[in-house]
Design a protein around this ligand. Structure first.
Ligand code: ATP
Ligand code: MG
Ligand code: MG
Ligand code: MG
Length: 469
């Protein structure tokens, strides 16, 4: 099954179970200052869970655009290194707003995954985790569904490692949350990794495909857990991960959609379409960057725009590493539109805009990328120890436009670490200098208004107007 067919099957299955099909919301969360980018299907329904908003349905299903490249759920560092993490992905989800709860949610998921009419997966390949103290969910899985105890794992809330399983789900530090139960797929003994809850779980043998959250609390900024008006359900299944399972491949990059993107990336760069991690990074990043721009984000030096800029620059660096001699990134957009434009018309309608934005950002960074890399090489040649000094990280940032995570990416490839504290100190010192410079009585800069909205409107309008723009 193609990924587009799996998306459609999921939505159809849940429609048959009385769910309304709801379109994906924007990657820029509406009126939610707690969230950098939409990171889960439930975001657009946050107020429904909290009881602040009533809609004309209590069951919904969607395929939601998600970006996890900052904030609480940040997978940027994983991309290219794991088989399963992207900066942009689609999350299939079904939701109950005070309607059904644990029993139905578990039954729906199991039926969709294992019924011959739907995904028809072999139940013996599936492992299930539940929240450590959730006997109710454990009993539904073992006694009603019939999952044997050997493939059931109880897991608590993990407050440590970035990958390790955590069976208490929260979209952010505040907001709706609750215990969850997760379904994993065993990709086979020839891949390294252990079952959830084991010391080797970070491997990619057992891959989490579906998270079913029993939404029960609203966490306040002070950390209090206030019960929601009604127990609810929020689920999320990565379309790329279930597609890999259905297409009999291991990594998300092997699915239909990514095969075409990888080929397009290799062509744009002018390199071999092999298994290189850098090519995967580029194929991954073209999706998050294009979708973010389509949803209105522009590269800038702060907030969401800076995250976008970081992702674009990271893609440029990986292209450069693969030998790209010119601008390449914007040239992959057409392939993405061909793959995903039917499901997401905003990509198609904004193709020219996306290409323009990416191209100009590429042009800008190309001027300093080579030079910065040269400086880095020179300094690394004389490096004592395993840590890149904060001063150098700062110089690359300040003079050559290297975001810290980009330098961190290079460091990791060579088994080095970054002196992050030293970077912060250098950054702070620069802020101090800027502050003291602005303490003169007359700040010339305050007379010059330059904001992001200022556009050149032609000589006729500005000439002789006397305005400082
Ligand atoms: P993992 O443990 O693999 O990092 P997660 O527990 O962080 O995943 P959830 O927050 O539970 O993921 O999200 C629900 C589902 O979304 C996951 O089960 C998975 O199928 C998918 N998913 C999560 N993060 C990513 C990602 N970065 N790229 C692709 N799919 C993802
Ligand atoms: Mg994760
Ligand atoms: Mg997980
Ligand atoms: Mg999870």
């Amino acid at each position: 099954m193609k990924s587009a067919e799996i998306r459609e099957a999921f939505l159809r299955f849940f429609e048959q179970q009385g769910h309304s099909r709801v379109a994906s919301s924007s990657l820029i969360p509406a009126d939610d200052p707690t969230l950098l980018f939409t990171n889960a299907g439930m975001n657009q329904f946050k107020d429904c869970f909290l009881g602040l908003e009533q809609r004309d349905y209590t069951r919904a299903a969607s395929s939601q655009k998600c970006v996890r490249a900052g904030g609480k759920h940040n997978d940027l560092e994983n991309v290219g290194y794991t088989a399963r993490h992207h900066t942009f992905f689609e999350m299939l989800g079904n939701f109950s707003f005070g309607d059904y709860f644990k029993r139905d949610a578990i039954n729906f998921a199991w039926t969709f995954l294992t019924s011959k009419d739907w995904m028809g997966l072999n139940p013996e390949k599936l492992w299930v985790t539940v929240y450590a103290s959730d006997d109710e969910a454990y009993d539904i899985w073992t006694k009603e569904i019939g999952v044997p105890a050997e493939r059931m794992v109880r897991i608590g809330d993990n407050k440590g490692a970035p990958y390790a399983s955590d069976n208490f789900w929260a979209m952010g530090d505040t907001g709706p949350c609750g215990p969850c139960t997760e379904i994993f797929y065993d990709h086979g003994a020839d891949i390294w990794g252990g079952p959830p809850g084991s010391p080797e779980e970070d491997g990619d043998r057992y891959i989490e495909i579906w998270n079913i959250v029993f939404m029960q609390f609203n966490r306040s900024a002070a950390g209090e857990m206030n019960p929601l008006p009604a127990p609810s359900v929020d689920t999320g299944m990565g379309l790329e991960r279930i597609s890999a399972v259905m297409q009999g491949v291991h990594a998300n990059y092997e699915i239909d959609l990514f095969q075409n993107l990888l080929a397009a990336a290799a062509e744009a760069i002018g390199c071999a379409n092999d298994d290189a991690a850098s090519l995967k990074v580029v194929a991954d990043h073209i999706r998050s960057c294009s979708f973010l721009i389509a949803d209105g984000v522009l590269p800038s030096n702060e907030g969401r725009g800076y995250v976008l800029r970081r992702i674009i620059r990271r893609a440029c660096r990986h292209g450069n590493k693969l030998g790209a001699s010119g601008l390449f990134f914007h040239r992959i957009v057409a392939a993405l539109v061909a793959e995903m434009g039917a499901a997401f018309p905003e990509l198609k309608s904004q193709q020219a805009h996306i290409e323009r934005v990416l191209k100009s950002e590429e042009e800008q960074f190309a001027k300093t990328l080579e030079q910065g890399l040269k400086i880095l090489e020179q300094d690394l040649a004389g490096l004592q120890g395993k840590e890149i000094p904060g001063e150098l990280v700062f110089k690359l940032y300040d003079t050559f436009g290297f975001p810290m995570d980009l330098t961190g990416d290079i460091a990791r490839e060579r088994g080095l670490t970054l002196d992050e504290a030293g970077f912060e100190t250098a950054m702070q010192a620069q802020r101090e200098r800027a502050r003291s410079a602005s303490q003169f009585g007359l700040d010339y800069n305050s007379l010059v208004k330059v904001d992001a909205e200022t556009r050149f409107e032609g000589y006729e309008q500005t000439a002789g107007s006397g305005r400082i723009i």
